[in-house]
Design a protein around this ligand. Structure first.
Ligand SMILES: *Cc1c(COP(=O)(O)O)cnc(C)c1O
Length: 365
C-alpha cells in the first residue's frame, strides 16, 4: 500500500491491553485506571480507551476538559477526570459534559460547591492533594482546613482523593516514603472516598503505594516503569519510514545541512522521509540508528525537518526506494531513543507528530 505520509505508526492494541492487565494484576486488590492524556501519549486516546474499557478499565484520566469531552464519545458512562482542574467560570462546562475536574485548591472546591448549590444537587468531588510534587493540589494546611471545617464539603460527595508521586521512577528515593506518609495522614483526616497515589512507576514501589486506585499512563504504552531493571512491559509502537532515495558519495563528501558529516569511505546514503517535524528529534544527530530488516544503520548528518540520512553502506541486503526502515519499535524503543536524544520516552511518544499513517493492530475492543 502506498501512502503519501511521512511514515507508518503501528500501534498494537493487544500489547496495550496486555500491559494494562499486567499492571492491574500487580495492583490488585486496588483498581487500575488508564491515563490517556495528550491523545493517549500520542497513540490515540479514543482507540486506547475503547480497548481498555472492553478489558475492564473503569476510570480514565486526561489533562484538559477538551480532551475529556472528546473522550466522552468513546467512554459514555465511566468517570473521566481532567487533572488540570477548572479555571474560574468554567465549572459548568465540566458538569455539562459529565467530566470530573481535579479540584486543586480550596478556591476550586468552593466554586464547585457553589455550582452544586446553584444546580440543587450534590456533585462528586475529585480532590488533588499535594504531598511533595509542588505542582498541583491542596497543601497540608489546606487539607487541614478542609478537614476541620466539614461545611467546606457540604453539597459535595467526596469521590476521589488523589496525589501524585514526584520520584516514583527513582528506586529508594526518600520522597516516595514521605509522599506516601503525607497522603496517609491527609486521608486519615478526611471523609472516606476512593484514594489514588501511584502512577506507572508507583505501582512497582509496592502495595503500600496502591491504595484503592492506581493511575498508569506511560507503562501502558510500553515505557519502562522500572528504569533500574529490565522493562516488564510489552512493546506497543513501531514507527517505520520510507526510503526515498539512495546516493553514492565518495570519501570526503559531506551529507546534509552544514555538510557536517563527511564520508570516510565511499558510502551509500539512504534518505528517509521522516524528520524533526515528525518528532524525530534534531538532537538525535549522529546518535541514533535505524533498522533495515533488523540490521542497525547509523543516522548520519543533521536531521532535517522532513528527512534523515542513513549510512547504508553496510546494508547486507539490496535496498530500494520505497523500502521501510524501523525508526522506533522492538529494536529501538521510546526509552532508548529518548536517552539518545537527551530526553525521555514520554516526550518521544508525545512528539510523534501528525504526518504518520496510524495503523492499529490487535482487537479494537
Ligand atoms: C501523567 C500522570 C499520571 C500517569 O503517569 P505515568 O508516569 O505516565 O504513569 C498519573 N497521575 C497524574 C496526576 C499525572 O499527571
Amino acid at each position: 500500500m502506498t501512502r503519501g505520509t511521512a511514515g507508518t505508526l503501528t500501534i498494537d492494541l493487544d500489547a496495550i491491553a496486555a500491559n494494562w492487565r499486567l499492571l492491574a494484576e500487580r495492583a490488585k486488590p486496588a483498581q487500575c485506571a488508564a491515563v490517556v492524556k495528550a491523545n493517549g501519549y500520542g497513540l490515540g486516546a479514543g482507540e486506547v480507551a475503547r480497548r481498555l474499557q472492553a478489558e475492564g478499565c473503569r476510570w480514565f484520566f486526561v489533562a484538559h476538559l477538551e480532551e475529556a469531552v472528546r473522550l466522552r464519545e468513546t467512554v459514555p458512562e465511566l468517570p473521566i477526570v481532567a487533572l488540570n482542574g477548572p479555571l474560574p467560570g468554567l465549572e459548568r462546562n465540566f458538569v455539562e459534559h459529565n467530566v470530573l475536574p481535579a479540584l486543586n485548591d480550596l478556591g476550586q472546591i468552593e466554586a464547585w460547591q457553589a455550582l452544586a448549590k446553584r444546580l440543587g444537587r450534590k456533585l462528586d468531588a475529585v480532590v488533588h492533594i499535594d504531598t511533595g510534587m509542588n505542582r498541583l493540589g491542596l497543601n497540608a494546611s489546606e487539607v487541614q482546613a478542609l478537614a476541620q471545617d466539614k461545611s467546606r464539603l457540604d453539597g459535595l460527595k467526596p469521590f476521589l482523593w488523589m496525589s501524585h508521586l514526584a520520584c516514583a521512577d527513582l528506586e529508594n528515593h526518600k520522597l516516595n516514603l514521605d509522599q506516601r506518609d503525607r497522603f496517609l495522614s491527609a486521608l486519615a483526616q478526611l471523609p472516606k472516598a476512593t484514594a489514588s497515589l501511584a502512577n506507572s512507576s508507583g505501582i512497582f514501589l509496592g502495595s503500600a503505594w496502591h491504595h484503592d486506585l492506581v493511575r498508569p499512563g506511560a507503562a501502558l504504552y510500553g515505557i519502562n516503569p522500572v528504569p533500574w531493571a529490565a522493562n516488564p512491559m510489552q512493546s506497543v509502537v513501531t514507527l517505520t519510514g520510507k526510503i526515498l532515495q539512495i546516493h553514492s558519495v565518495d570519501t570526503g563528501i559531506g551529507v546534509g545541512y552544514g555538510a557536517e558529516w563527511l564520508a570516510r569511505r565511499p558510502s551509500r546514503i539512504a534518505t528517509v522521509g521522516v524528520g524533526y517535524a515528525d518528532g524525530y528529534l534534531r538532537s538525535l544527530k549522529e546518535r541514533s540508528v535505524v533498522f533495515f530488516k533488523g540490521q542497525p544503520l547509523p543516522v548520519v548528518g543533521r536531521i532535517s525537518m522532513d528527512l534523515i540520512t542513513v549510512d547504508a553502506t553496510e546494508a547486507a541486503q539490496q535496498m530500494r526506494p520505497g523500502d521501510e526502515v524501523e525508526l522506533l519499535g522492538p529494536h529501538i524503543g521510546a526509552d532508548e531513543l529518548g536517552e539518545r536524544g537527551g530526553t525521555i520516552g514520554y516526550e518521544i511518544l508525545t512528539q510523534l507528530g501528525a504526518r504518520y499513517h496510524h495503523r492499529y493492530i490487535g482487537a479494537v475492543a
